[in-house]
Design a protein around this ligand. Structure first.
Ligand code: 13P
Ligand code: SF4
Length: 320
């Protein structure tokens, strides 16, 4: 027997043991889910095994809509803090669990209610559109929320000539290019999308000359200028399904490659760069879901004084 064969056997045994352990935890999660009447929601950026066990995977808008209408008693939110908060805003009678309490969003941390109050005073009555990637306390001070899937529609729905969009300056600039309204920016961004460079896009296009380049509106204007399509995460998955093309360069967090490849196995998807991984989106593991369900731990609850005004802003967006 060669050394290489021995190594291969060792690897096989390791993989087998790993898969058995995954199956065991997954089985436990399924049992607990039934016992607690729980639903598992997962964002498209979550690790593959989390997406596989979830009842629904989607973009921020789809997950908000599901959180508002589910009949489950418990929502296990596999995503980041602001997403679980949004679920709690929409479903105050349900227990919303975030299996890793420190899964945050650096962009959401780039705005505070105090700083927004100050800006609102400066802008004297200009309506405020908040990206859902923001704290509940910020949503509570705003007129309407938006996601990457509906930002232009939300802004155009307002009866005002000027709008403040916060906290993502890139989404705001993208929206500004698609509306007649004057958009005031907030100096925030998603570090993962914002760090993508023009050179990386050009290199990916050179490597895959037949591929169409899709980018998320959280990317900078220079990147969006190179994009063939600008879409939310679920928008990208749907577009790939409808397109006659079979190769796509994906300009967003790499977790999305899993549902894309699953839903469209006949097509090929290439990450635009290896650097687009959000550490916060990768914090939750299967064991964390099992632990949260077993112990009903990691609850996210938005206080009523914040929830009521925040709900008005989220609801307005959902009803649009
Ligand atoms: P969408 O799924 O709404 O496109 O969200 C992108 C995002 O950054 C979520 O953290
Ligand atoms: Fe926040 Fe960006 Fe991570 Fe989304 S990908 S959670 S916007 S840091």
């Amino acid at each position: 027997m060669t050394n290489q064969t021995k190594d291969q056997i060792k690897d096989q045994a390791k993989n087998q043991a790993k898969n058995q352990a995954i199956d065991q935890v997954a089985g436990k999660i399924r049992e607990l889910k039934t016992a607690k009447n729980a639903i598992i929601l997962s964002h498209n950026y979550q690790p593959a095994d989390i997406q596989d066990i979830a009842d629904l995977c989607g973009d921020s808008l789809e997950l908000s809509i599901e959180a508002a209408k589910t009949s489950a008693d418990v929502i296990v939110f596999c995503g980041v803090h602001f997403m679980a908060e949004t679920a709690s805003i929409l479903s105050p009678d349900k227990k919303v669990l975030l299996p890793k309490q420190d899964a945050g969003c650096p962009m959401a941390d780039m705005i505070t209610p105090e700083a927004l109050e100050k800006k609102k005073k400066e802008l004297k009555g200009v309506p405020v559109v908040t990206y859902v990637n923001s704290p509940a306390s910020v949503k509570a001070l705003t007129d309407i929320c938006c996601t990457s899937a509906n930002a232009v529609r939300v802004v155009n729905s307002l009866d005002a000539k000027e709008v403040l969009m916060a906290p993502d300056k890139n989404l705001a600039q993208y929206t500004a290019a698609h509306t007649d309204k004057k958009i005031h920016l907030w100096e925030g961004c998603c570090p993962i999308h914002d760090r993508l460079t023009v050179e990386e896009v050009i290199a990916a296009k050179k490597t895959h000359p037949e591929a169409l380049f899709m980018a998320h509106p959280e990317c900078s204007p220079e990147i969006l200028a190179l994009a063939d399509e600008i879409l939310s995460t679920s928008g990208m998955i749907k577009f790939a399904g409808k397109s006659k093309l079979s190769e796509f360069i994906i300009g967003t967090e790499t977790g999305i490659l899993h549902p894309m490849r699953n839903k469209h196995p006949d097509k090929r998807f290439y990450p635009v760069s290896t650097g687009m991984e959000c550490a916060d989106m990768k914090k939750i593991g299967l064991e964390d879901i099992a632990f949260a369900l077993e112990n009903m731990s990691g609850e996210i609850k938005v206080p009523e004084s914040i929830r009521i005004p925040a709900l008005a802003a989220v609801q307005k967006m959902i009803e649009l």
